[in-house]
Design a protein around this ligand. Structure first.
Ligand code: HSE
Length: 434
C-alpha cells in the first residue's frame, strides 16, 4: 500500500482534533483512502498535552514542514491570514498539496492561492473552513452539482448561535455566554469575529461562490453581527412566533444579481432551521431540481472540524494517485467558467422587518407611526404595544412589516425617529420566512 505523508502545522483545537482522529481511526481512514495516511511531522509553537506525539517528529519551525521533501500534504491549522498565507505559499512552491480550515484566508485570498496552486499543479482543500463537521462544501460541489442553486441560508457561526440560544432559554447575559464559548474552544481567537458577523461573512462568501460559480468577493458581503441584539428582542420574537438566528444568506436573482448578506434574522419558529440550537450549524439550500434541503451538525470543536479536515486528506490522497485533470474544481465549476455576478447593495434587498421603538405614552403616537409606514406603502403584519411600567413615561411599540425594499424602510425609520414622541433609535431586524 502506498503511503501519503502528512505534515500538520498548528496543534490548537482543530490541529489536535485532526491528529487524534487520524491516530484513533487509522484503519478505517486508510481503507477509505486506498493508501496509508501517516503523520510524519508536526510543526507547533508548543506541544499539546491532548496529543501523544511520541511517534512523530516535532519541530518549532512550521516552515520546515512546508519545505520537508518527505511531506506530501501540508495541513495548515494556524488560522489568521499572514503567517498562514506565507506557509501555504511556501508549501505550494515546494509542490505540496494543502488542506486548511482557514475560512478567513480562503475568503480573502482564495482566488490568489488557487491560481498559485493551479500553476504548480497542486490542490488546496478547505472542507473544514465552513460549518465544522457538516460536509457542506462537498454537498455544493458534488451532491447538488446537477442543480441551479436558487438560494442558501445558514447558521454558520456556532458561537453566535450558542449565545442567542442561551439568551433565549436561560436569560443569560451576552458576556457570560461568550466567555463560556471561548472556554469551550468555539470562539475565534478574536471573538469580535464571531459576534460582529465577520466569521460568518468569511464562510458565506465561500458558500456563495460554490453555489453560483463566481470568484470569491469577500469585500462585497453585507455584514452585521449579534452584538446589538437586546434580550427584549429575543423575547418579543418569541411572542410573535419567531426566533432570532444569525443567518448567512446567498440568493441569485433572475437578472443574475446576487445577494450576499449576514445579519440577525427573525425566522418563524415552526421552521426546522429556527430550531437549530447551541453551537450547532445548519445550512438550507434550495436547488431547482432537488427542492429545499437542510444540512445540520456541529459547527465547531476539535474532532467535528478534524473530521472535515481528514475527509479532505482522504480525498486528496485519492486524487494524488490520479491525474490532476480528475480533481474537482475549487469553486464548483471549472476555473475559466467562473462568472463575476454583480452583488446587490444591501439597500436594494427586499425583506420583511421587525421594528422596535420606544414611544411617549400619549394619544396619537401610534397613528403617526402607522401613517408614516402607510405613506411609504409599507403594510403592517403585526403590532404589539406594551403597557408602560409603573412611573415609566414610555411604552415599547413592536411592529412586523410586510416585504419592502431596505432603502424604503430606512427612509420610514428616519421619519419615525424624527417624531418628538419617539425616544432614541428604532431597532430593526430583518425577517426571513425561508
Ligand atoms: N468561531 C467559529 C464558530 C468556529 O463559532 O462557529 C468554527 O468556525
Amino acid at each position: 500500500m502506498k503511503t501519503v505523508r502528512i505534515g500538520i502545522c498548528g496543534l490548537g483545537t482543530v490541529g489536535s482534533g485532526t491528529f487524534n482522529v487520524i491516530k484513533r481511526n487509522g484503519q478505517e481512514i486508510n481503507a477509505r483512502a486506498g493508501c496509508a495516511i501517516q503523520v510524519v511531522q508536526v510543526g507547533c509553537r508548543r506541544d499539546n498535552p491532548a496529543c501523544d506525539l511520541r511517534d512523530v517528529e516535532v519541530t518549532r519551525d512550521i516552515f520546515a514542514v512546508a519545505r520537508n521533501p518527505d511531506v506530501d500534504i501540508l495541513v495548515e491549522m494556524l488560522g489568521g491570514t499572514t503567517t498562514a498565507k506565507d506557509l501555504i505559499e511556501t508549501a505550494i512552491a515546494n509542490g505540496k498539496h494543502v488542506v486548511t480550515a482557514n475560512k478567513a484566508l480562503i475568503a480573502e485570498h482564495g482566488n490568489e492561492l488557487f491560481a498559485a496552486a493551479r500553476a504548480k499543479g497542486v490542490s488546496i482543500a478547505f472542507e473544514a473552513a465552513v460549518a465544522g463537521g457538516i460536509p457542506i462544501i462537498r454537498i455544493l460541489k458534488e451532491g447538488l452539482s446537477a442543480n441551479r442553486i436558487e438560494w442558501l441560508a445558514g447558521i454558520i457561526n456556532g458561537t453566535s448561535n450558542f449565545i442567542l440560544t442561551e439568551m433565549r432559554d436561560k436569560g443569560r447575559s451576552f458576556e457570560d455566554v461568550l466567555a463560556e464559548a471561548q472556554r469551550l474552544g468555539y470562539a475565534e481567537a478574536d471573538p469580535t469575529f464571531d459576534v460582529e458577523g465577520i466569521d460568518a461573512a468569511h464562510k458565506l462568501v465561500i458558500l456563495g461562490s460554490l453555489a453560483f460559480g463566481m470568484p470569491l468577493q469577500y469585500d462585497k458581503v453585507y455584514t452585521e453581527g449579534i452584538s446589538k441584539i437586546a434580550p427584549m428582542d429575543v423575547s418579543y420574537a418569541g411572542e410573535l412566533g419567531y426566533r432570532i438566528k444569525h443567518l448567512g444568506i446567498a440568493r441569485k436573482h433572475a437578472d443574475n444579481r446576487v445577494e450576499l448578506r449576514v445579519h440577525p434574522t427573525f425566522i418563524p419558529e415552526r421552521r426546522l432551521i429556527a430550531n437549530v440550537d447551541g453551537v450547532s450549524n445548519a445550512v438550507a439550500v434550495k436547488g431547482d431540481a432537488v427542492g429545499s434541503t437542510l444540512y445540520y451538525g456541529p459547527g465547531a470543536g476539535a474532532e467535528p472540524t478534524g473530521s472535515a479536515v481528514i475527509s479532505d486528506i482522504i480525498e486528496l490522497s485519492r486524487t494524488l494517485l490520479a491525474p490532476p485533470e480528475y480533481r474537482a474544481p475549487y469553486l464548483g465549476v471549472q476555473d475559466d467558467q467562473l462568472t463575476n455576478y454583480e452583488i446587490l447593495p444591501i439597500e436594494e434587498i427586499e425583506t420583511c422587518y421587525y421594528l422596535r421603538m420606544s414611544a411617549a405614552d400619549q394619544p396619537g403616537v401610534l397613528s403617526k407611526i402607522t401613517q408614516i409606514l402607510s405613506d411609504a406603502g409599507i403594510s403592517i403584519e403585526a403590532l404589539i404595544q406594551k403597557q408602560p411600567h409603573e412611573h415609566d413615561m414610555q411604552v415599547p411599540v413592536i411592529l412586523l412589516t410586510n416585504s419592502v425594499q431596505e432603502k424604503k424602510i430606512n427612509q420610514a425609520i428616519a421619519l419615525i425617529e424624527a417624531l418628538d414622541t419617539i425616544v432614541g433609535s428604532v431597532v430593526r431586524i430583518r425577517v426571513e420566512t425561508l
